[in-house]
Design a protein around this ligand. Structure first.
Ligand SMILES: *Cc1c(COP(=O)(O)O)cnc(C)c1O
Length: 409
């Protein structure tokens, strides 16, 4: 970047987009909106236009933009200490882990940063547990996953993706994964062998288009794992932390996982913060030097995470998601047959399949943005709706009126 460019404010929306497209890798295809500020459920662009946020950074903003309690926790910690590395103890880590274990009803917490890191960590822990505890022969452990999954973007994780655009050009891939059809309990049962260490599932598949599995599938997955002595790992990075109206999406089927991966909303929309939480006899296989991260469990992230845990501990967000979610479901139900083929969802989280042959998901998202509602298509023809859980009913209805106007015909 030249000296003058770095010092000159680009000024217009087009100039900011041109700058992104010149200097930022093209691994995303963003909508042509340049956000400058945000508060609660609303964002403002560089030209001063306001938009309702119906995406919530893929559920990382469950509490809305700049929630006052979360900002206050971050600011207070910025005035104390932000980073120590795990070479030393600090006064936020232990309390954060204890509070997260209490909230989630688990026994141990492994803090990391991104969601993909949490998933990688859970896979490493499951393999080590399999060799040390289950006595699977060295390097033979298998992990069963579901088709149409999304667990992140690292090489090992895309090794078991079924989305060609996530994989093509990134081989060779990590072995040791078996993919079965999502929602098919018999296929899951058939895939388990004496070498199976774990089953990794999203209780609801977010990136796939908010795919809710058939009733009983998750409970059956639990039964299959119990019978075979296999770990059930629930990836609740997007579905967890109140998004579906309960703390975990698994709670709807009264199922407990052995390990949960958490991320996105755990950082309160302020810092990257993820974690693996679960059984002490499983996470306990990690010994010093075997796993880690320079920034994992840093004081700033832990302080924000503690404030997130406090917001979740009252149940208020879970209740709001359930109540507003019922309203969302009722309103979206009226769209079906009018430019909409199907709607799915749970809590304040929905996938809307547009009728094939009409405007594409991308065109629809662009039109919604022009009309002041931000959401994003997934897989061509599905719109995903995930407003912040603190959204008012009036704002939700305002956004849904615009969605109705744009998608129904
Ligand atoms: C977003 C997501 C991830 C990856 O999280 P990153 O923070 O983007 O690495 C993993 N699993 C699920 C279910 C997700 O939705």
């Amino acid at each position: 970047m030249t000296e003058t460019m770095s010092r000159t404010s680009p000024g217009s929306t087009a100039a900011f987009i041109a700058l992104d497209e010149r200097w930022s890798t093209h691994n995303y295809h963003p909508l042509p909106v340049v956000i400058a500020e945000a508060e609660g459920a609303w964002v403002t662009d560089v030209a001063g236009r306001r938009y309702l946020d119906f995406l919530s950074a893929y559920s990382a903003l469950n509490f809305g933009h700049r929630h006052p309690a979360l900002v206050a926790a971050a600011v207070a910690q910025l005035g104390r200490v932000t980073l120590t590395s795990r070479a030393f103890h600090h006064d936020q880590l232990g309390v954060f882990c204890a509070e997260l274990a209490e909230l989630t009803g688990t026994e141990m917490v492994l803090p990391m940063n991104s969601g993909a890191e949490a998933v990688e960590s859970a896979l490493k822990v499951a393999r080590k547990w399999a060799y040390e505890v289950k006595k699977i022969p060295a390097d033979q452990a298998e992990i069963v996953v579901a088709g149409s999954n999304f667990h992140g973007r690292t090489i090992s994780i895309v090794s078991f993706s079924t989305d060609e655009s996530a994989r093509a050009g990134f081989g060779p891939f990590t072995p040791g994964f078996v993919v079965v059809k999502y929602g098919d309990a018999q296929a899951l049962r058939d895939a388990i062998t004496e070498r199976t260490a774990a089953v990794l599932l999203e209780p609801i598949q977010g990136e796939a288009g908010v795919l809710v599995p058939p009733d009983g599938y998750l409970a059956e997955a639990r039964r299959v794992c119990d019978e075979a002595g296999v770990l059930l790992i629930a990836d609740e990075i997007q579905s967890g932390l109140a998004r579906t109206g309960t703390l975990f999406a698994l709670d709807h089927e009264h199922v407990r996982a052995d390990l949960y991966t958490l991320g996105k909303a755990l950082g309160g929309g302020i810092v990257p913060l993820s974690a693996v939480v679960g059984r002490r006899d499983v996470l306990g296989v990690l010994k010093p030097g075997e796993h880690g991260s320079t920034f994992g469990g840093n004081p700033l992230a832990c302080a924000v995470g503690r404030a997130v845990i406090e917001l979740l501990s009252t149940g208020e967000y879970q209740r709001r998601s359930a109540e507003l979610g019922a309203h969302l479901e009722a309103r979206l139900g009226e769209f079906v047959g009018h430019g909409v083929a199907e709607v799915r969802g749970r809590g304040l989280w929905a996938g809307i399949d547009l009728t094939p042959g009409g405007p594409s998901g991308r065109e629809t998202s662009e039109e919604l943005a022009r009309r002041g509602v931000l959401c994003k298509e997934t897989h061509g023809t599905t719109l995903r709706i995930a407003p912040p859980l603190m959204i008012s009913r009036e704002d939700l209805d305002h956004g849904l009126d615009i969605v109705a106007d744009v998608v129904t015909r």
